[in-house]
Design a protein around this ligand. Structure first.
Ligand SMILES: *[C@@H]1O[C@H](CO)[C@@H](O)[C@H](O)[C@H]1NC(C)=O
Ligand SMILES: *[C@@H]1O[C@H](CO)[C@@H](O)[C@H](O)[C@H]1NC(C)=O
Ligand SMILES: *[C@@H]1O[C@H](CO)[C@@H](O)[C@H](O)[C@H]1NC(C)=O
Ligand SMILES: *[C@@H]1O[C@H](CO)[C@@H](O)[C@H](O)[C@H]1NC(C)=O
Ligand SMILES: *[C@@H]1O[C@H](CO)[C@@H](O)[C@H](O)[C@H]1NC(C)=O
Ligand SMILES: *[C@@H]1O[C@H](CO)[C@@H](O)[C@H](O)[C@H]1NC(C)=O
Ligand SMILES: *[C@@H]1O[C@H](CO)[C@@H](O)[C@H](O)[C@H]1NC(C)=O
Length: 642
């Protein structure tokens, strides 16, 4: 720093004098190292963050080059992105384009090489890096490097931390390479396209604390030798093609805090030895093919906080021993085949925030002990044959943020016990709820998501609906709602919150016309999906719908809509799906609508449209135009010239 200040302010001869003095005081940069670094710089084609700005042949690489550090004899020991703590995920965004020069292999005293997060270093990792026998830290993550891990990396005997994550590295990692990194404590190879099996030699890396191989294409099974990694704290094999079963030896990892095996093809059951993971806090084995029952020994994971097992084929009863895990904050067991009752011991899980047992085969009464879960924010028991009949009274004692009880056998009226709640997300769909929507529903002013679809509600929309000023997603489809829709559209908003994202009121008995000014309503300004199909709506399609700039889906099938298809719909540039079939629409199809750039699905069958179908690029089947006697032209038969 000081030197560069001098350079600007002092006459040239002072500078020469100063450099000469410095040369005498400290050993200058070794010529081989300087050459190697200058050669590296020639392969960098763009340096927008000016990281190599100070690297000039006229200056001393040990004292004047940013990001370069030498030992007392002038040998380069560290090369890193200047101004950053090495290995730190940087807050500073840095960029550099180019390839890695083989000359880096000449830095024979190098201990640390950090060229991570430069986004645009390309090409292969030079095998010459294997010559860096003193290298302890290698960070090349977050670039666009290709090719495979060089076989010469087996000579990096001293490497302690090695990160090649988030590149485009392919091929297998030879067993001899991994097995030779005896000093390794951290290995990050995630976010590449590495394949082959995880070498069993990994069991040799006794000092390993972090092993991150997620998001690759590793296959084969988890090596049994994994149990030898006694210091391992962090193990992430998620998002690969790993098969076979979980080796019981995994239970020997007493230091392990995080185990992610999700998104693989793992089969077999969860070994009872898992109880040995007595430091485990985060466990995610979801999206696999696990079968069998949960071992009762799971109740010995005394530090566990998040247990994520969803999307497997686990069967049998939920072990009551889970109730011992009072450190648990989140249980995600959705999409398995668990049977039997929810154990009453779950009421002991005082730190629980999420209980998701949805999409299983759970039956029987809910234990009232669950009322003790005062920190619970999300309760999802949807799609279980629970035969609830009614929402248990104790549930109103919880301060839930999300309540999902879809298809749990609830019958009758909406219980007023819900009204005192602070619920934001409510899904009571696919039950047998009947009767009117009560006026107190307006008390649920925190609602942002409401799904009452697939029930037997027989009601108009109560005026209190206007108070849902935070409501964004509304699904009322497949009920017997009737009357006017406009109360829904004219609800209050708390800008920018409370604008609708999706509305589905299809398969009801709504009547009246669609408000002409619908597209001008603030509540609809950012709606993406509007589904009003299969009602008894009349009048015409409002032109103003064309102003809905984020609308992707518009479905108005099976109503009594008449008039023309407004050309203005062609202004809704995001439309991908436009379904208008089975109405009484007349006139020609506007070319602007049919040529909407993103249009993928279009159906106007069963109307009274006429004229030539405008030329269009989207592939639309003829059936989408059928049942309009006056329409002609591709994909229908050609028009007859009169
Ligand atoms: C090189 O980097 C290592 C690891 O960050 C550090 O401990 C060492 O002090 C650095 N050496 C010099 C000369 O800066
Ligand atoms: C490494 O250094 C040697 C000796 O200084 C030199 O001949 C060679 O060209 C250098 N290699 C590279 C790849 O720069
Ligand atoms: C990674 O490499 C594959 C195969 O060479 C290539 O198809 C893909 O586009 C590359 N991805 C990136 C992000 O460079
Ligand atoms: C990943 O592995 C599977 C088989 O294990 C193979 O079919 C697939 O092509 C591989 N994909 C890549 C990107 O290497
Ligand atoms: C899980 O339950 C479903 C539905 O009852 C069934 O089709 C499936 O075969 C079951 N799978 C296992 C592994 O038991
Ligand atoms: C709804 O809110 C009103 C006003 O805050 C209150 O008087 C009424 O008791 C509430 N209704 C129910 C069923 O909780
Ligand atoms: C509402 O629940 C039903 C199933 O009961 C589901 O099919 C539908 O997608 C849900 N609606 C929304 C908006 O998530």
């Amino acid at each position: 720093m000081e030197i560069s200040v001098c350079r600007k302010t002092f006459p040239f001869f002072f500078l020469v004098l100063l450099s000469a003095t410095l040369l005498l005081l400290a050993e200058a940069c070794h010529v081989v190292d300087k050459e190697a670094l200058l050669e590296f710089k020639t392969k960098i084609t763009s340096d927008p963050s000016s990281l190599l700005h100070s690297w000039t042949s006229s200056s001393d690489c040990c004292t004047a080059w940013e990001g370069v550090a030498c030992d007392s004899s002038g040998r380069v020991v560290n090369v890193s992105r200047s101004g950053l703590v090495s290995g730190d995920a940087s807050i500073l965004d840095t960029y550099m384009t180019g390839t890695l020069s083989p000359s880096l292999g000449n830095l024979s005293f190098l201990q640390l090489l950090d060229l991570s997060n430069l986004k645009d270093l390309r090409g292969p990792i030079p095998p010459e890096l294997g010559k860096l026998r003193r290298l302890s830290y290698l960070f090349l993550n977050s670039n666009k490097l290709t090719g495979s891990v060089p076989i010469t990396f087996k000579y990096l005997f001293r490497v302690k931390k090695l990160y090649l994550s988030d590149n485009n590295i392919t091929g297998v990692v030879p067993s001899s390479v991994i097995g030779s990194w005896k000093s390794l404590s951290e290995l990050g190879l995630s976010g590449n396209s590495l394949s082959g099996s995880i070498p069993s030699s990994i069991g040799n890396l006794a000092l390993l604390t972090t092993l991150d191989l997620h998001e690759n294409n590793f296959s084969g099974s988890i090596p049994t030798g994994i149990g030898k990694l006694k210091s391992l704290k962090y193990l992430d094999f998620s998002e690969n093609q790993i098969s076979g079963s979980i080796p019981p030896s995994i239970g020997e990892l007493h230091e392990l805090e995080l185990l992610y095996l999700n998104h693989n093809q793992i089969t077999g059951s969860i070994p009872s030895e898992i109880s040995g993971l007595n430091s485990l806090r985060f466990c995610r084995i979801s999206e696999n093919k696990l079968t069998g029952t949960l071992p009762p020994s799971i109740g010995e994971l005394s530090q566990i906080q998040r247990l994520i097992l969803e999307n497997n084929q686990l069967t049998g009863k939920l072990p009551a021993t889970i109730g011992h895990l009072t450190t648990l904050t989140d249980i995600f067991f959705s999409k398995n085949n668990f049977t039997g009752k929810i154990p009453s011991s779950f009421g002991n899980l005082v730190n629980l925030q999420t209980l998701d047992l949805s999409r299983n085969l759970l039956t029987g009464e809910l234990p009232p002990q669950l009322a003790k879960l005062q920190g619970l924010q999300t309760l999802d028991l949807s799609f279980n044959p629970l035969g609830l009949v009614s929402i248990p009274k104790w549930m109103s004692k919880l301060n839930l943020f999300r309540l999902l009880l879809a298809k749990t056998g609830i019958k009758g009226r909406l219980p007023s016990s819900l009204s005192s709640s602070t619920i934001s997300f409510l899904d009571l769909s696919s039950n047998e709820l009947t009767g009117k929507l009560p006026h107190w529903i307006g008390n649920l002013t925190s609602l942002s998501f409401l799904n009452l679809s697939n029930n037997g509600f027989r009601s108009s929309i109560p005026v209190e609906f206007k108070k849902f000023s935070l409501l964004m997603d509304l699904d009322l489809h497949s009920n017997m709602f009737s009357g006017d829709l406009n109360l829904i559209f004219s609800k209050e908003i708390q800008d920018p919150l409370g604008r609708f994202n999706t509305i589905d009121v299809s398969k009801n008995r709504f009547t009246g016309t669609i408000d002409e000014k619908l597209g001008d309503r603030p509540a609809l300004a950012s709606i993406t999906s509007l589904v009003l199909s299969h009602n008894a709506l009349g009048g015409s399609i409002p032109k103003s719908l064309g102003k809905l700039k984020e609308l992707q889906v518009l479905e108005l099938v099976g109503n009594g809509l008449s008039g023309v298809i407004p050309e203005e719909l062609g202004d809704a540039m995001e439309l991908t799906k436009l379904l208008l079939s089975r109405n009484k629409l007349t006139g020609a199809i506007p070319g602007k609508v049919l040529n909407l750039k993103k249009l993928r699905e279009f159906d106007v069958s069963g109307n009274r449209l006429s004229g030539k179908i405008p030329p269009h690029k989207a592939i639309i089947p003829a059936s989408a135009f059928w049942g309009n006697p006056g329409l002609c032209g591709a994909p229908l038969p050609p028009c007859k010239h009169s």
